[in-house]
Write a protein of this length. Structure first.
Length: 675
């Protein structure tokens, strides 16, 4: 289904009087569905109004465009009405006349009586019958804004655009108008885009909240889905289990933008020192137990010992945001999902190819599949039970959360279901949810279960909301989980820095696997700036026996595996398995030249040099067929043969993938389909 409004890769560059130019917006891409309420939020000057004006047709983008119902927006039109903060009413006309003016102008083809009826109806919608004869000077701010909303709605626009509509109102009036707007939009199925600075307003009104980064070159940093059912009451919203998690995400994002601005202001792009080309690094991570090597390297001074004196660990709220910051070059490096370097290099989800390299596997294992307590209490305690209940009630579609298409969580969950003949695309719903929001979504009943890293499984067990159906030790002990990723261009530009980074993190990985250090690591990762979790539910698996919620806790060795058993060398065989699974599910094409792509992504030479400098074992794991718990064999010498015989799969594209020689991000996918 095509989107109702499509903001298609917009840039807006303003020429400045001194002959220079200012890039306000960079590569904004957004699809809006009919009847959806979208809020745009971000710091002052980031470009919210510029984007709104472009959607309205009041301004034109420098590149890209806006498509409304299949037609490009070229100029303002009555199908897109804007409500501004300052009401813009004609002072000499009454409420009724202000509304009538717009209706008579736009709907002049309608009989007079009908137009009059529309005006009166909208006076009623906003509750201004008693003041219909008054002029703006006789109205309060809230009343004036209601007139502006009525005037905008009366001409039945396809999209209502609101630029901080309640910004000038007192708190009480604001609250009541927000509720009225929500009701009006819902009853009339209005598609809305609203600029706001107010996180609570955004949460109350929106289906999705689009958060813009600070300019210059502002882009979409993150999009939050608000899974709170409608119709909404303010109290229901505040009491919804996902409310505080969402609110925290927004505040965290906004604070981080503020910090980034300060850091940018005081830092030159690259500070070279200690024989390194760059010692000031921003490294992205996600609040998960397996971010431990990064936290340890920072807090125990390991980065600094390797010459990386100014490392800033940037907590990202979800994997999409992290990938986007890596693609745009805002991050120097990141903890990445195993499939992310390959997928970004191949160009996933119609995104341009951004070659990423990895010289270090940061961790193995550490995930589990959690089921809601409700399913478990209904007697659904195995996949066989699940399949039986699914077949018995074909109307009920279960939804499961995973963190990103390229994650082992997605690939293992799909594999798990498919191994029992359950098609993960047709028989169930899979939805992307950032790891820290899994538990609140389970609590809210939005999902029936999920696959995620710790501590988010243990938290559900701890809170009595879920039970662990399988850890990945049950499915595939020793699989690659998180890797260190940097842009290939960055690695080429800063080779000594890259080596120092890999060396420091390898040393930290070894530290993390020494169980004597685990108590200290627990304290470090639970800090609010890292995972921000409670030690009670972060301990299991890391230190304490692991509690699945279904029996006695068990001691899991190597659940979060950071160093032992040759964890760290980029694992080309397992990367190939990941690449094949991503192709199986249509996430990326499978490259005919897979050997070349894997060689390009996995930087074994950098790892070996780092390992040797520490006196560590520098070899890769043995290349052998891969077998998960179900016994099916993946032969790394014949991935295409595996893909052709695997039972449940999507249309697999097998292509020669031509990557640019210049390893900077390319504006369009450099894929050439030959099969
Ligand atoms: N005509 C223009 N010429 C040059 N720069 C402009 C022009 N219009 C906007 N800008 C710049 O573009 C950036 C985005 O402006 P915009 O008004 O869209 O921000 P905003 O997020 O809506 O801010 P606020 O929340 O304060 O209203 C700002 O840095 C602004 O100075």
């Amino acid at each position: 289904m095509s989107a109702f409004v499509e903001v298609d890769h917009i840039d807006r560059i303003f020429p400045l009087p001194n002959g220079e130019s200012y890039i306000a917006l960079k590569n904004i891409e957004l699809k809006i569905n009919k009847g959806e309420f979208i809020s745009l939020i971000g710091h002052s000057g980031c470009g919210k109004s510029t984007l709104l004006n472009i959607i309205a047709g009041l301004d034109r983008p420098t590149t890209g465009g806006v498509i409304l119902e299949g037609r490009e927006v070229q100029k303002p039109g009555p199908d897109r009405m804007v409500v501004f903060q300052n009401y813009s009413l004609l002072p000499w006309k009454t409420v009724r006349e202000n509304i009538a003016l717009a209706v008579d102008r736009v709907m002049r083809h309608l009989p007079k009586g009908e137009r009059k009826g529309i005006v009166e109806h909208h006076i009623d919608i906003v509750g201004l019958r008693h003041a219909a004869h008054k002029r703006p000077a006789e109205l309060s701010g809230g009343m004036k804004q209601r007139v502006a909303i009525a005037r905008a709605l009366a001409i039945r626009p396809k999209v209502l655009l609101l630029d901080e509509p309640f910004g000038a109102l007192d708190a009480l009036t604001r609250g009541s108008l927000q509720e009225q707007l929500m009701k009006i939009c819902q009853e009339n199925e209005v598609t809305c885009v609203m600029v706001t600075h107010d996180v609570d307003e955004a949460l109350l009104l929106s289906d999705r909240i689009v958060m813009l980064t600070n300019g210059p070159a502002a882009h979409i940093g993150q999009i939050l889905e608000v899974p709170i059912p409608r119709p909404r009451q303010r109290l229901d919203v505040v009491n919804h289990p996902s409310y505080y998690a969402l609110r925290n995400e927004m505040l965290y994002f906004l604070n981080q933008q503020k910090r980034a601005k300060r850091t940018k202001a005081k830092q030159p792009i690259a500070i070279g020192r200690n024989g390194l080309e760059k010692v000031n690094l921003d490294i992205g991570f996600i609040p998960l137990t397996d971010c431990a090597p990064l936290v340890v390297a920072k807090e125990k001074g390991i980065f600094a010992r390797h010459g990386l004196e100014e490392v800033n660990l940037v907590r990202k709220p979800g994997w999409r945001a992290l990938a986007s910051d890596m693609a745009s070059g805002q991050l120097d490096a990141a903890q990445m999902l195993a499939g992310m370097p390959l997928a970004m290099t191949l160009g996933m989800e119609n995104q341009p190819s951004v070659p990423i390299v990895t010289a270090l596997t940061l961790s193995r294992n550490g995930n589990a599949i959690t089921w809601s307590k409700q399913l478990y209490d209904q007697g659904i305690r195995s996949l066989e039970d699940f399949k039986r209940s699914m077949l018995a009630d074909s109307d009920k579609v279960h939804t499961f959360g995973m963190v990103h298409p390229t994650s082992m969580h997605n690939l293992l969950l799909r594999y798990w279901f498919a191994s029992h003949g359950i098609d993960p695309d047709w028989d169930i719903n899979l939805t992307v949810i950032p790891p820290p929001q899994m538990v609140s979504n389970l609590k809210a009943g939005n999902i029936d279960g999920y696959c995620v890293g710790e501590p988010w499984n243990s938290r559900a067990v701890y809170e009595g909301l879920g039970v662990v159906m399988a850890t990945d030790l049950d499915l595939w002990a020793g699989h690659i989980e998180k890797v260190l990723g940097v842009r290939e261009a960055w690695a080429n530009q800063y080779p000594q820095t890259h080596l120092a980074l890999v060396t420091a993190l390898l040393e930290a990985c070894e530290y993390c696997d020494d169980r004597r250090n685990r108590e200290e690591i627990l304290e470090l990762i639970c800090r609010p700036e890292y995972v921000g979790s409670a030690p009670e539910y972060t301990r299991p698996g890391l230190l304490d026996p692991y509690n699945k919620g279904t029996g006695e806790p068990v001691q899991l060795l190597d659940y979060n595996q950071f160093y032992v058993d040759r964890t760290n060398c980029p694992d080309r065989t397992q990367m190939l398995w990941v690449m094949a699974q991503m192709a199986r599910w249509g996430i990326t094409p499978f490259p005919k030249n897979w050997v070349e792509i894997i060689e390009r992504v996995c930087k074994i030479d950098v790892f070996s040099e780092a390992a040797r400098s520490l006196g560590f074992l520098d070899t890769e794991r043995d290349r052998a067929p891969i077998q998960l718990w179900d016994g099916e064999v993946f032969n790394p010498d014949d991935p295409i043969g595996y893909l052709s015989q695997v039972a449940i799969k999507r249309d697999i594209q097998i292509q020669e993938i031509m990557l640019a020689n210049d390893d900077t991000p390319t504006p369009s996918p450099s894929l050439r389909k030959i099969a």
